[in-house]
Design a protein around this ligand. Structure first.
Ligand SMILES: *[C@@H]1O[C@H](CO)[C@@H](O)[C@H](O)[C@H]1NC(C)=O
Ligand SMILES: *[C@@H]1O[C@H](CO)[C@@H](O)[C@H](O)[C@H]1NC(C)=O
Ligand SMILES: *[C@@H]1O[C@H](CO)[C@@H](O)[C@H](O)[C@H]1NC(C)=O
Ligand SMILES: *[C@@H]1O[C@H](CO)[C@@H](O)[C@H](O)[C@H]1NC(C)=O
Ligand SMILES: *[C@@H]1O[C@H](CO)[C@@H](O)[C@H](O)[C@H]1NC(C)=O
Ligand SMILES: *[C@@H]1O[C@H](CO)[C@@H](O)[C@H](O)[C@H]1NC(C)=O
Ligand SMILES: *[C@@H]1O[C@H](CO)[C@@H](O)[C@H](O)[C@H]1NC(C)=O
Ligand SMILES: *[C@@H]1O[C@H](CO)[C@@H](O)[C@H](O)[C@H]1NC(C)=O
Length: 778
């Protein structure tokens, strides 16, 4: 379904291939050496990098001018402009771990009902008994530093007020980097650091066009302001999107965390902001290297790539590995490439990979048809129709003379509609190619008075709420067919769009977003991904006043808050939860915090049923991982599955991926990848029986007894041994094995490559420590 994703204004496909062909000769390469030993000064490190470059370049000058970045803090490596031949010479050198090209691999970027919904905020909560308990215990994340890799920040937003905040934590070593429309006074005690990185971007596109973006940490798009306020925005009463939608108190998940902004994503020349942005690997690596040295505690990275990228060539995976060595928790978006399987980004086991689901809020704008039928719809457009019926047409029936009347014709792509035929009418457009807001813009251009955005079957019932330019509503795929049938059935089809209002406590909620990327993990199938799901559909958060709610060029509306959808929105929710856990448990490793989030996640929606997808079908762990995040429960998980930096290196030894740290020597026999102490279990191509080991650490009561229970995947038997674990102190570790056996009668050719899902759980009567399993047959 690669085509449906292009609609998302974030994390969208970039079509640069023709341009790439002409740039093949000299490219930016990243030369990666692993970790710094700590013996060299920064100057010596840079000299070493020059020395390597000099060995392939003709002169000192050439070596110097080709160097973009020398990574000196934690990551040891550099980015330089090289020919393929020079790159190949460098990759043959002993000390070099990997050499990879930044392009053509393309990364791009992928509110506040969501916190009440997660049981964090006071007010009506979803199945939560104690109110605001976790926030108090975590002191709202006070003094935890969260770094965001994104496209900047709008510092004037009230969400970033530093009123009443104490001095900047002593552990902070970062800077506030001035630039276009951004000076030192734009950092405060909330935004404690801000930097920008564009050497890789400019090497590729030439000097930044400052009409398109600010050469500074300032956000001209809105995305970075949205994600950073979702993590740590202050409480802002009476906030709402354009037209008063979703009115309420806007607030981040951890209102007292400090924010460190690393701008790494930029506008693409010649392309509308609505269609996407780009983030270069060498720029992201420089940002992560700085963030580690600056002293962040949590990193939130709503960036990914569509192409399956091995860990040793994935800038985010490499950077994150260095981060977790310093116990920094790294939360990343799973991607917006669903509903097709095996579409994940950020699959490394040291990252928390976050899927996206809905909240219990809707922006209801029903469609009234001439035959009296009422069809459910949603929108956040502020525009309303005059109260009367209007002629209704399907876009494919009103195309311009030179547009072929095929399926694509119904999609309202730019310049496809005939003003003579669409004028004064409500036009039904189908999703598929093109941006959602762009379709509305086309209807308006053609003189339409109203716009119906109809889902295609892959979008199911997921209704994104967009701030269209004209009266509009969005309908699910079954409704789109009903409208088409009505249009077919009558000579003079008529319709009226009832103005939208915000409705809360909608059911079912949460459900999985159709766009959320799915497992299985296409880099290491033995690690179940995504890990967890969090709110990512129609989220309200702060916005850049240099952008517009649709990001379209002709849209000159300015808003302080905006509604957006994507795994980009769910990732900062989990980053905020991690910050709260870090405030309560400052000594926990990043793996322990991830384990607490995973094993405490929920599977039940607000109808008391198992989580479903956007079409109402039962969802599975390849969509939600272990389920919907429950930060309050995660604060007291009972047991955790811990893992160290060394465990990840051992995992890499057996995963067939290159060892990312040359100071570590793989043992002759490394444990199988299934044996990484991960809080979930994936086994691919099981032939017969396999036994894996896990170790849990007691972080609950001193004396406790945990009993195992299993819901085996269909077609397999699962045995946990020992079935009971006794603990008599906090911090005590106990190991157990899980034996999975394929049932012979199920060894049925038609089940090949099909995954079956199950669970194993440890219970002490208070805590349920639950892990998902995904198993496939050989
Ligand atoms: C920073 O910029 C603001 C305008 O945005 C200006 O009022 C202020 O004087 C500047 N501060 C410094 C230290 O330059
Ligand atoms: C910069 O971008 C603007 C807006 O897209 C465009 O009009 C202008 O031509 C661009 N300038 C350069 C030098 O490319
Ligand atoms: C909230 O803001 C709206 C304007 O956006 C205003 O009309 C209304 O009075 C405000 N409500 C409160 C309680 O401040
Ligand atoms: C999108 O456009 C491409 C190229 O024109 C086409 O192959 C594809 O079928 C279209 N997708 C949809 C969903 O219409
Ligand atoms: C509408 O009618 C056209 C032919 O007139 C047919 O091809 C199409 O399938 C019909 N659509 C629906 C939804 O009934
Ligand atoms: C609410 O939580 C309780 C206790 O955790 C659980 O037993 C129940 O199934 C949950 N109900 C819903 C609707 O989530
Ligand atoms: C194999 O599996 C399919 C579907 O899971 C089932 O319909 C069929 O009856 C099975 N065949 C045997 C021989 O078990
Ligand atoms: C499964 O294992 C058996 C015995 O080790 C072997 O003969 C068989 O070829 C294996 N099957 C597959 C599909 O790998």
């Amino acid at each position: 379904m690669a085509t449906t994703m292009k609609e998302f204004s974030i994390f969208s496909i970039l079509l640069l291939l023709p341009f790439l062909a002409s740039c093949v000769e000299r490219q930016v390469y990243i030369i990666y050496f692993g970790e710094h030993s700590g013996e060299k000064t920064l100057h010596e490190i840079e000299e070493t990098h020059h020395f390597y470059l000099l060995s392939v370049k003709k002169s000192k000058e050439e070596a110097r001018s080709s160097l973009l970045y020398s990574y000196k803090n934690s990551i040891n490596g550099f980015a330089a402009v090289l020919t393929p031949d020079e790159a190949s010479k460098l990759s043959d050198m002993d000390e070099v771990v990997s050499v990879f090209q930044s392009h053509p691999r393309k990364y791009s970027l992928q509110t506040t009902r969501s916190w009440e919904f997660a049981g964090l905020e006071e007010g009506k909560q979803w199945n939560q008994t104690k109110k605001g308990d976790l926030l108090l215990k975590a002191r709202y994340g006070k003094d935890i530093i969260v770094g965001l890799l994104d496209n900047g920040v709008w510092p004037e937003s009230k969400s970033f007020s530093d009123e009443g905040l104490g001095p900047i934590p002593k552990s902070w070593k970062g800077i506030c980097q001035a630039g276009d429309a951004f000076n030192l006074s734009h950092c405060n005690k909330k935004i404690i650091g801000a930097r920008y990185y564009l050497k890789g971007y400019e090497q590729y596109y030439g000097p930044l066009n400052t009409t398109l973006d600010y050469r500074s940490p300032r956000d001209k798009d809105g995305h970075g302001t949205h994600t950073s306020s979702t993590v740590g925005g202050r409480r802002v009463p009476n906030a709402s999107a354009l037209g008063g939608f979703a009115r309420g108190t806007a607030s981040g998940g951890a209102q007292l965390v400090r924010l460190a902004i690393y701008k790494v994503c930029w506008a693409i020349p010649g392309q509308s902001k609505a269609e996407g942005n780009t983030c270069f690997t060498e720029d992201m690596l420089a940002a992560i290297d700085d963030a580690i040295a600056d002293g962040v505690d949590v990193l939130s990275i709503s960036i990914g790539t569509f192409e399956p990228t091995p860990y040793d060539e994935d800038g985010i995976a490499i950077g994150a590995l260095h981060a977790i060595k310093k116990n920094i928790v790294v939360s990343c978006s799973a991607g917006n490439s669903g509903p097709a399987p095996s579409t994940l980004s950020n699959q490394a086991p040291w990252i928390i990979t976050v899927g996206a689901s809905s909240v219990d809020r809707a922006f209801v704008a029903p469609l009234l048809l001439g035959n009296g039928m009422i069809i459910e719809g949603q929108t956040v457009t502020p525009y309303k129709l005059k109260k009367k019926m209007y002629p209704l047409v399907y876009a494919a029936h009103v195309v311009a003379p030179d547009v072929p009347k095929n399926y694509i014709a119904g999609q309202c792509l730019p310049d496809s509609l005939s003003p003579a035929k669409a004028k004064g009418k409500i036009v039904l457009c189908l999703r598929g190619n093109g941006t959602r807001v762009g379709k509305g813009e086309e209807v308006k251009r053609a003189g339409g008075v109203g716009f119906i955005l109809g889902n295609s079957p892959p979008n199911g019932a997921e209704l994104p709420a967009d701030a269209h330019f004209l009266p509009a509503t969005a309908v699910d795929s079954n409704s789109a067919i009903k409208i088409l049938q009505y249009i077919n059935s009558t000579k003079k089809p008529m319709a009226y769009i009832i103005p939208a209002r915000t409705v809360i406590h909608t059911k079912p909620a949460p459900f999985m977003a159709a766009f959320t990327s799915r497992g299985p993990n296409n880099i290491t199938p033995d690690i179940l991904k995504p890990d967890i799901t969090a709110p990512g559909l129609n989220i309200l958060a702060a916005w850049s006043e240099a952008s517009s709610p649709t990001k379209l060029e002709n849209d000159h509306r300015v808003v302080k808050y905006n509604i957006l959808s994507g795994t980009s929105m769910s990732c900062p929710h989990v980053a905020a939860a991690a910050a709260l856990l870090k405030a309560i448990h400052p000594t926990w490793s990043s793996a322990a915090i991830r384990s607490a989030l995973i094993t405490s996640a929920g599977l039940i929606d607000n109808k008391g049923k198992l989580l479903t997808d956007a079409s109402g079908n039962l969802a599975d762990p390849f969509q939600y991982g272990s389920g919907h995040f429950r930060p309050t429960k995660a604060a007291d998980p009972g047991l955790v599955y811990d893992a160290s930096y060394r465990d990840y290196l051992l995992f890499l030894c057996s995963s067939g991926v290159k060892n990312l740290d040359p100071s570590f020597k793989c043992p002759k026999v490394s444990p199988s990848t299934n044996n990484l102490n991960y809080p979930s279990l994936a086994i691919t191509k099981l032939n017969g029986t396999v036994t894996v080991k896990r170790t849990v650490t007691n972080v609950g009561g001193r004396k406790s007894v945990y009993f195992s229970s299993v819901k085996p995947p269909l077609g397999f038997s699962v045995k946990v041994s020992p079935p009971i674990l006794f603990f008599n102190q906090v911090g005590q570790k106990k190991s157990f094995t899980i034996t999975v056996k394929a049932e012979s009668e199920m060894l049925n050719m038609s089940n090949k490559d099909q995954y079956s899902f199950g669970w194993f759980t440890w219970t002490d009567g208070i805590h349920n420590v639950r892990s998902p399993m995904a198993i496939s047959l050989a």
